[in-house]
Structure formats: C-alpha cells, structure tokens
Design a protein around this ligand. Structure first.
Ligand code: FRU
Length: 502
C-alpha cells in the first residue's frame, strides 16, 4: 500500500510467523475451523467482506500459545470454510495508544474503498496510589488495502471524554462498527459503569473518522455478570438483536453458568430513549466453549456469526497442540423466529459433505449400538429421535461419540424435563475444569432433532433446527472415533444420516 510504513514490532512479527509456519503441520489444524497462523488466538475481529473476499481477523500472539499483548492475525476466505492466512495486520506499536495491546474490534469499508479497522488500543494512565499500572482503553483506527494497515494519525478517535459520567476508562473496549443505509456510520462499544456492571454505548459518525456519542443502548443493571465484552448489534427478521459476552457471571437455572458467558438480547429499540427494550434474554450457545461472538452481513443478505471456540476459564485445562492454541466456531447463519434466536451452520458446509450413510427406523433399547458406517471425528450427523410408543416416553436418550474402549463424550436428552446434557467427563481429561453443561430445550419435546458437526477436537450440536446450540472441545485422541446410541426406560426410534466432511 502506498505510503505504508511497517513498524519494527509489526515487521518482527511478520518475519517470525513466516519462519514458524513451516513447523506447523496440517495435522495440527482442524479441517474447516480457522486456527491462528501460529501461536495463540482469541476473539474474532474485523469480520467483513472486502474486495470479493471474507476477511476474518483475530486476537493473536504469534510468539507463544498463550495470551500476551495482542496483535491482529488475519485470514481471508471465499466460502468461510477454506482459509488463507495473510500476514499479521496489527501489532502493539503505537507508544501512546496501544503499546499494551490491540484489543478486539471490527471492520468496515469506507466510502472511498479503503478498509477501516476499528480496535481498542490499550495503554496506561500511569500508576495508582498503591503502585498498580492503571490501564487506559480507547478506540483507535487503522486504514488499509486488505493486507497492510496504517494506524490513523488522529488516534484515539473515541477516548474517555466520550464516556458517560459513570463510565470506566479502564474497561472501554471492543468496538463493532457498521455502515447505515444513508452512508453514515455507527459503532457500539462495551464499557463498565461504576454501578451495575456493563453498558453498551452507541456512537455515530459521518465519515467513520470523527465520532460522537449517541446514547446508551443497554445497561446490565447488576444482572448478567459484571463487565460486558464484545458487543454486536443488528436488526434481523423485524427485531433488534444485541449479542455480547459478560464476564464474571453467576448461575441462573440451566440458562446461565458462572464465569464467562454469552448473552443474546432480542427486542426493539425505544425511539425516545434510544434504549433496547428487552423481550428475550438467553445465552447465545448453551455449551462450554463459546465466547466473544462477531457477525457479518454477507453480500447475499445472511447474518453470519462466528465466536472463539473456547472459554477463558478452561484455557489451562485444554490439551495444547504443539504450535497452536484456539480456534473459531463454524460460521453460523442466524435468524429470529417468534422472538427467539436460531443458528445453523452456514449452507456452504453442505458442500463439504460426501459418502452419505443412512439408517432409518433404528429401534433403540438399553444396549448401546453402533451403526455400520456411522463413526468419525470429522463428520456431519443428522439425527431424529422419537418414542417407539408415543404413550410410553423413554427416560433418556444417550449418544456417545469420540469413543474408544476407554473414553467417550456424550450428549443425553431427558424428554420428561426437556433437559439436554453435554459432557466430556470421560473424555480422558485429567484436569478439574468444566466438563458438563445442562440446557433446557423449549417445550420439552418427545421428538428431538439434532445436528452434530465434529471437526477433530470439537463438537457443535444444533437442536431442533437451531433453536439451541451447544459447543464443546474434545480433548480425546483422534483415534477415538466411535459413535453409539441407546435409550434408558422405554424404546425409541432413530433416523440417522451421516456425512464425512474430511
Ligand atoms: C474477550 C476479550 C476482549 C478483549 C480481548 C483481549 O475475550 O477480553 O474484551 O478485547 O479479549 O484479547
């Protein structure tokens, strides 16, 4: 790019990753989930469509498989499944704005065709009276051509002076920017209010360079965790949808668990107050390893979401690959039906399917059964289960997968209460972190339809057409590729279709 000056930290990171790439074997990577070029990945950033390709950036430390002052890794794709890594896009190299990290953010195309990245710069405001470094988070820009990005000389473009009185300058991050139909720009940014926890602030701009506050979109009011991270806001199917990731949650039934969680608020914005009215509040994904979502509007009008397929609380427990840590989820198409969020793997995934195996009308009893050709760790499984006798409900459906003689993961469903349980208690994990989650299936249906997408060390399950989703990492060796089924109590009938995806 004309006039582009590569800073020393960016040049070093680019040289380092070019050198290291030869040591990362293909077998370390899943088939169609994005992993970092080398080193550590967390949140998806800058998810956008630019110059005929999808761009997905990510929180990145090329130098180790652990978190450190963040860079932005960069990959492009034509189908959201096959990714090509590009050179690292941002390094923490601006002495005043971001020397402690280029935190999460987003991307949009400018009117003049350039690609704009909006990210959180982390620097410091000196020390507190007791000697602790006081971080300062501001929103910054970098402008580029799809490969090289120059930090904007006017950075930061949104700083502490843009905060409401109760806003913290230490916790002010993760801008999500978009362009309105009239050509102006909006951004939502997460912030910690001194009382009550997270709040989502709205900003507006005519050119995406000069910004103004435009109100508070949503307030936590002491309910869902404390700080809110990674907001995303869009309209979908006649509703206004706010996705975010709260820290430090307390549990509530089977919908929210302690630690880092996700929250989907669906409603309508009140034209007078500018606040989002709350008609539905749920987790985005009810599994274990899912955080920090970001969406894109595709050129053909689909709202597609990805997330970091990980949980901050289990990062020390998951088996580390040699050169890589972290991956994205499969991209998911979103829709809202009857005020509820639905998600489904992008339709492009159907194009990877081959070698169909079908078994219809299988009678399940208490003895676990394996079905001819139904196994694997890179597979797309479609399952429909119904009671054998509608008057006599089974107690529990049990699916074991990633199974060998010693280990297995499981999905279980108890129709009397509508409880789905995903578990890796017997997966070979030797650490004490979260191994099991329960999730309520709306309406507690006796018939369950399930799609399970496995890609080596992960499973993403979509229940009843995507009304609920549960995502979990699987530590078990890839040779454990068995899948078996049984029911407890009365009998059930199973229809299975399985495709290989590798
Ligand atoms: C969420 C998060 C963001 C932050 C980034 C730092 O996972 O904590 O709030 O921008 O990660 O890497």
């Amino acid at each position: 790019m004309e006039g582009f000056v590569e800073s020393a930290p960016l040049a070093d990171a680019r040289v380092y990753e070019r050198h290291m790439i030869r040591f990362v074997s293909k077998t370390e990577r899943p088939y169609f989930h994005l992993t970092p070029l080398v080193g550590w990945m967390n949140d998806p950033n800058g998810f956008s469509y630019y110059k005929g390709k999808y761009h997905l950036f990510y929180q990145y430390n090329p130098y180790a498989t652990s978190w450190a002052p963040m860079h932005w890794g960069h990959a492009v794709s034509e189908d959201l499944l096959h990714w090509e890594h590009l050179p690292v896009a941002l390094a923490p190299d601006a002495p005043y704005d971001d020397f402690n990290g280029c935190f999460s953010g987003s991307a949009v195309e400018l009117a003049d065709g350039r690609h704009l990245l909006m990210y959180t710069g982390v620097a410091s405001d000196g020390r507190t009276a007791d000697g602790h470094i006081r971080p300062r988070q501001t929103q910054c820009l970098a402008i580029g051509d799809g490969v090289d990005y120059q930090k904007f000389e006017g950075n930061p473009v949104i700083d502490g002076s843009f905060l409401p009185e109760d806003g913290s300058t230490e916790h002010f991050r993760d801008p999500k920017v978009w362009r309105e139909d009239d050509g102006t720009y909006r951004a939502v940014v997460a912030n910690l209010a001194t009382e009550g926890g997270g709040q989502i602030l709205l900003y507006r701009s005519a050119d995406a360079l000069a910004w103004q506050p435009a109100g508070v979109l949503s307030r936590n009011k002491g309910r869902f965790g404390q700080m809110w991270e990674c907001p995303d806001f869009f309209s979908l199917d006649g509703y206004d949808v706010l996705l975010l990731s709260p820290q430090d949650m307390l549990p509530e039934g089977h919908e929210f668990y302690s630690g880092n969680g996700t929250l989907c608020i669906i409603g309508h914005v009140d034209e007078e107050t500018g606040e989002l009215g709350e008609e539905s509040l749920t987790s985005i994904d009810n599994g274990i390893d899912f955080y920090a979502t970001q969406t894109i509007l595709t050129p053909d009008g689909r709202r597609v979401m990805v997330a970091w397929m990980q949980n901050w609380d289990s990062i020390t427990g998951v088996a580390r690959r040699v050169h890589l840590f972290g991956s994205m989820t499969v991209p998911r198409e979103l829709s809202v039906r009857d005020g509820h969020l639905y998600q489904w793997p992008i339709r492009e995934l159907d194009g990877l399917r081959h070698d169909e195996v079908k078994h219809d009308g299988v009678v399940l009893g208490t003895d676990p059964i394996a079905l001819e050709g139904v196994n694997g760790r890179v597979v797309d499984l479609l399952l429909d289960v119904r009671p054998e006798d509608p008057a006599n409900l089974y107690d529990e459906l049990v699916i074991w997968f990633a199974q060998d003689g010693r280990f297995h993961c499981s999905l279980r469903y108890q129709p009397a209460t509508g409880t789905l349980i995903i578990s890796r208690e017997h997966s070979g994990s030797r650490r004490a972190f979260v191994h099991r989650r329960k999730c309520d299936i709306p309406g507690a249906p006796a018939e369950l339809s399930l799609r399970m997408v496995l890609d080596k060390n992960s499973v993403e399950a979509f229940i009843n057409g995507g009304e609920k989703a549960v995502t979990m990492l699987i530590p078990t060796d890839l040779s454990a590729d068995g899948i078996t089924f049984c029911v407890r109590g009365a009998g059930a009938i199973l229809d299975v279709t399985k495709y290989d995806l590798a």
